[in-house]
Design a protein around this ligand. Structure first.
Ligand code: SAM
Ligand code: SF4
Length: 484
């Protein structure tokens, strides 16, 4: 195939596959990284421009340690300059692990008979949501295996129930979902339940590798059905999408370019890129036995995260508790905007853990891989994670304002509307932190938190500072859910 670096995409049609393996490999094989080009590209991103496939390929092909350091510094600078120091917190809630698929890397795969299967009953769901609220969570992602049990109606029901569950001052204000691809009708059903982001990971964008890990006789074996999920979600009116790659299945360089290609496709067809991107690395799972040839080491992973930050500068980036606390602390600098905290993957276990922690019991067990999807690297509770963020002067945020006010595309606005962060994001992050400090923090965390609040007044638009201070007082007096 002819290489056309000037061409950023093959023609896009809604609902049609858009990954051309040769085209992506051409970008990798025929693009050279020179110091001039790398610096020019970093600058382009710092000037608030999205990178093309060819420009991303230049960064991907950069191996000179000095230039890699410049890429990482570019990402750090972009984060500092544009996004400031908020980190959004959420928790995953696994609703059920029945699964008809047989993805080789996953503890839930149907051939894994050691996995203990469960689906939360309504009562269990309510108790787990209450336990999460009692920890201070405001944003959840509900996660499901793929099973006829988890129909769009069932998913919508669990979302509605989650929103309806309130314990003391607690409430879940944003429910995202990670579920198998639906048809357009199914997406309409879950949209009506008021989901935030619909998240689904392609796992690998390489059709050959995809076939290797997802047997053809399973639902998930259909590469194109999965690839075009977001097109159907958009058609159903869900414009808030989360893309993902599972690193370790194929060559990371190809996967990075393919995800940018997916972003181009969504922008070309729907005028809106993904709301978030995720890039989990494969972790140990019950009975896992797969080829480690494509596993990504820490050093490369840091570089990948920095490249994503520069390539899609206005997209939220999620790094989950699959990674260790140390790695997450490091990666946050390169532009991670969301992390989960207090994560517990065992179905129905938030309630149990909460009770044991309250009793100060030492019965809180280690992970049991036969009861969950994969091993996590960061099992700290939410309070510990918040404390670490505060120590680094980050503002832990549970903000859901834009989504609830219909300001969709907020990452884009943060990035492109002058003053948006000072006017909305920072004050809202501060208000949600204040709620946490009043309702859930230990005295030590609260002390650190109020200092961080004070320190960050300088990052708020002067015109709104008085009003912000009044609202903080109102929170101290018992009002909740105040936002700009
Ligand atoms: N069943 C739905 C699906 O496949 O789309 C929900 C996905 S699953 C519960 C969430 C994600 O976890 C998967 O898309 C996959 O990327 C990731 N995952 C599966 N096994 C993993 C492992 N061993 N280590 C890390 N992530 C894993
Ligand atoms: Fe099932 Fe999803 Fe796990 Fe595949 S990744 S086995 S579809 S839960």
């Amino acid at each position: 195939m002819q290489f056309h670096p000037e061409k950023c995409r093959i023609p896009d049609e809604i609902g049609k596959p858009f990954i051309d393996v040769d085209e992506l490999w051409d970008y990798i094989n025929k693009t050279e990284s020179t110091p001039e080009r790398v610096r020019e590209i970093i600058q382009k991103s710092l000037d608030k421009n999205r990178l093309t496939l060819e420009e991303t390929a230049v960064l991907v092909n950069t191996t000179d340690p000095t230039l890699v350091e410049e890429i990482k510094e570019g990402a750090r600078e972009l984060k500092r300059r544009i996004y400031g120091n908020r980190i959004v917190l959420f928790a995953p809630l696994y609703v059920g692990n029945y699964c008809i698929n047989n993805c080789k890397y996953c503890g839930f795969r149907s051939s894994n008979h050691e996995q203990v299967r469960a689906t939360l009953s309504d009562e269990e769901l309510i108790h787990n949501v209450e336990a999460l609220e009692e920890d201070g969570q405001k944003r959840l992602i509900l996660v499901y295996g793929e099973s006829p049990k988890y129909s769009p109606e069932f998913i919508a029901h669990t979302v509605n129930l989650t929103y309806a569950t309130k314990k003391n001052n607690g409430s879940i204000r944003r429910v995202n979902i990670n579920a198998a691809p639906l048809d357009v009708e199914g997406f309409r059903t879950v949209k009506e339940a008021g989901i935030g982001t619909y998240q689904i990971f392609q796992e690998t964008y390489h059709p050959g590798a995809y076939a290797e890990y997802h047997p053809a006789n399973t639902m998930k074996g259909d590469f194109n059905w999965r690839l075009t999920s977001m097109d159907r979600a958009q058609e159903a009116g869900i414009d808030d999408n989360g893309l993902g790659i599972l690193f370790g299945l194929y060559d990371w360089r190809f996967e990075v370019l393919a995800m940018i290609r997916h972003t181009n496709h969504l922008e070309a067809c729907f005028n809106v890129g993904p709301h978030t991107i995720s890039f989990p690395r494969i972790k140990d799972a019950s009975g896992l036995n797969i080829d480690t040839k494509y596993f990504v080491d820490d050093e490369t992973f840091e570089k990948i995260i920095a490249i994503f930050r520069l390539a899609v500068p206005y997209t939220g980036m999620i790094l989950t508790a699959r990674e260790t606390a140390e790695f997450r602390a490091k990666a946050i600098q390169y532009g991670i905007s969301q992390i989960d905290g207090g994560t517990n993957l065992q179905i129905g276990d938030y309630k149990y853990h909460h009770e044991e922690e309250e009793k100060n019991s030492d019965k809180v067990e280690d992970q049991n891989l036969h009861r969950e999807q994969f091993k996590i690297g960061d099992d700290r509770n939410l309070g510990e994670i918040i404390e670490e963020l505060l120590d680094e002067n980050y503002i832990p945020s549970f903000c859901t304002a834009c989504y609830r006010l219909g300001r969709t595309g907020e990452h884009f606005m943060e990035f492109s509307v002058p003053g948006f962060i000072k006017r909305y994001c920072t004050p809202n992050a501060i208000l949600t932190l204040c709620e946490y400090l009043v309702d859930y923090a230990t005295p030590e965390v609260a002390e650190k938190g109020w200092k961080v609040v004070e320190n960050n007044f300088v990052n708020v638009d002067e015109k709104f500072l008085d009003e912000l201070k009044k609202r903080i007082e109102r929170i101290k007096q018992g009002e909740r859910d105040l936002y700009f």
